[in-house]
Design a protein around this ligand. Structure first.
Ligand SMILES: Cc1cc2nc3c(=O)[nH]c(=O)nc-3n(C[C@H](O)[C@H](O)[C@H](O)COP(=O)(O)OP(=O)(O)OC[C@H]3O[C@@H](n4cnc5c(N)ncnc54)[C@H](O)[C@@H]3O)c2cc1C
Length: 479
């Protein structure tokens, strides 16, 4: 079946856009979550939206599943390929199609990197606000699929707040545009964060933001994470909404230091990065308040200019990769708790870490309670991986117990699908599947992700029987 499809794909795509060589296929066997791996049946590299539509149309005709992939930096296995399917990689779709400054919009192809958008408009005093730490390489298509966030999302919101429209290829192979201005249901909102399960984005209209008049970046070092946490509560309690409030504990600082020599204060139990931005006078006033609110810090540094600001951010932005310097293997966890629960949850994580003999480095968006515990282990040590998994899962339980969520920004993917029933009832999950079935009745778009139990669309209560020929013929994928 795949051989026939491969020949058909080669006929509609430019030369060297269909990969079947086993060595080259292995390049695509995982995303940033390296412990889930599968070799794709075939990889295609379309150059235009029309080519994506043809690829998806051919997959649909053949009843073969397909998975979209941007830069493969995802941390929940969302772009994990299918051995019996087609991986649609957007890396040849990297054109910025239009920059419309009077309307503060840019239209880009899905493979364009997040940072490339800002770089294209920086000189004119604009930028693209959502800033995942992976922004130098992650694609805007991946950002849309994951509704990605970043350090500055505390003040400016997530991807969903910065996308005006998306042209998508539906799982049936049709090219349609979902626009924020469309009357009726917010289908664009449903698509953003759908993790590649509702189709493939082929053109994205993003909102551009005006660069702020003033930016002040402060690094505060505390003896302990508790003292740092108190400062965060005080800052938010005082009504200040900083652009970013990021915290790293001693182990995360140690890792960042080892990797990029970021020069953070020695002996810090916690490092807090607070960025204020806006009109110069307001930033000046807030900075005065901030100094007082951080009086528990044993050192306070203020970036004198862009270079020092970049140096402060370097440690934080490289933290995930940096833990590789202090541990042979690690799990990047992603969960959310209400900000006020942070001190209790961090103390519980400490307890779990001691109980299981597993080190945990904490990096988090402190302003909105989005935790990224990095669970460190030695994969050569028998049983260490299982203990790390246990700690990682128990952290998610803590997030749920405290009224939070099993993911803040990295998505559900394949990795957290099994945790979904811990947050949602079967009725909730069925309702979500109804949305999925409306877009993708044949279940061919990134099956096996998000939902815990593989099911045919026809098995979901409420789906109209006979809705789709592939469902009727039993050819449809379970997802
Ligand atoms: C070091 C590091 C730091 C990170 N920091 C952050 C952070 O601060 N904030 C954050 O939110 N995330 C972060 N991430 C996670 C990751 O970078 C984001 O999820 C990013 O949006 C993924 O983009 P990508 O192009 O790599 O997508 P991929 O990994 O290729 O794919 C991710 C998902 O998107 C789907 N997809 C990809 N392209 C399309 C498309 N065109 N249409 C439809 N679906 C598509 C895939 O099927 C998959 O489900 C980080 C990752 C790393 C490795």
């Amino acid at each position: 079946m795949l051989d026939e499809l491969t020949a058909a794909l080669a006929a509609v795509l430019p030369a060297d856009s269909v990969i079947t060589d086993p060595v080259r296929l292995r390049t695509y066997e995982c995303d940033g979550l390296t412990y889930h791996r599968a070799t794709p049946g075939v990889v295609v590299l379309p150059e235009t939206a029309e080519q994506v539509a043809r690829v998806v149309g051919l997959c649909r005709e053949a009843g073969v599943p397909f998975v979209a992939r941007g830069s493969g930096t995802g941390l929940s296995g969302g772009a994990l390929p299918r051995e019996d399917g087609v991986l649609v990689v957007t890396s040849k779709m990297r054109r910025i199609l239009e920059i419309d400054l009077p309307n503060r919009r840019a239209v880009v192809e899905p493979g364009v990197t997040n940072l490339a958008i800002t770089e294209a408009v920086r000189d004119q005093g604009y930028y693209y606000a959502p800033d995942p730490s992976s922004q130098q390489i992650c694609s805007i298509g991946g950002n849309v699929a994951e509704n990605s966030g970043g350090a500055h999302c505390l003040k400016y919101g997530f991807t969903v707040n910065h996308v005006e429209a998306c042209e998508i290829v539906t799982p049936d192979g049709d090219l349609v545009t979902l626009d924020r201005m469309d009357p009726g249901y917010d289908l664009l909102g449903a698509f953003i964060g759908s993790e590649g399960t509702l189709g493939i984005a082929t053109k994205i209209t993003v909102r551009l933001s005006r660069a702020p008049e003033a930016v002040t970046t402060v690094l505060a070092a505390f003896e302990s994470i508790e003292r740092g946490g108190e400062a965060v509560s005080a800052i938010i309690g005082a009504g200040i909404v900083p652009a970013a409030v990021e915290m790293m504990d001693a182990l995360a600082v140690e890792a960042a230091e080892a990797a990029v020599a970021c020069g953070y204060p020695r002996g810090a139990g916690a490092v807090l990065i607070v960025e204020l931005d806006g009109p110069a006078q307001e930033v000046e006033r807030q900075f005065g308040q901030l100094k007082e609110l951080c009086s528990g810090a044993f050192e306070l540094r203020v970036a004198a200019g862009a270079e020092e600001r970049a140096a402060i951010w370097k440690g934080r932005k490289s933290a995930f990769a940096a833990v590789g310097r202090i541990s042979p293997a690690y799990i990047v966890q992603d969960g959310v708790v209400p900000r006020t629960s942070l001190p209790r949850v961090l103390a519980e994580i400490d307890r779990l870490s001691a109980e299981h003999g597993i080190r945990v480095a904490n990096v988090f968006h402190a302003g909105d309670g989005n935790l990224h515990p990095l669970v460190l282990f030695d994969d050569a040590e028998p049983g260490a991986g299982e203990r790390a998994e246990a700690v990682s899962g128990a952290i998610l339980d803590l997030c749920i117990e405290h009224g939070g969520s099993i993911t803040g920004e990295h998505g559900v993917g394949v990795d957290k699908a099994k945790h979904m029933p811990r947050m949602f009832s079967q009725d909730d999950l069925d309702t979500m599947q109804l949305v999925r079935c409306a877009f993708d009745p044949a279940g061919l778009s990134n099956p096996g992700k998000v939902f815990p139990t593989p099911r045919l669309c026809g098995e979901v209560p409420g789906v109209r029987k006979g809705a789709h020929p592939l469902v009727e013929s039993g050819k449809a994928e379970q997802f």
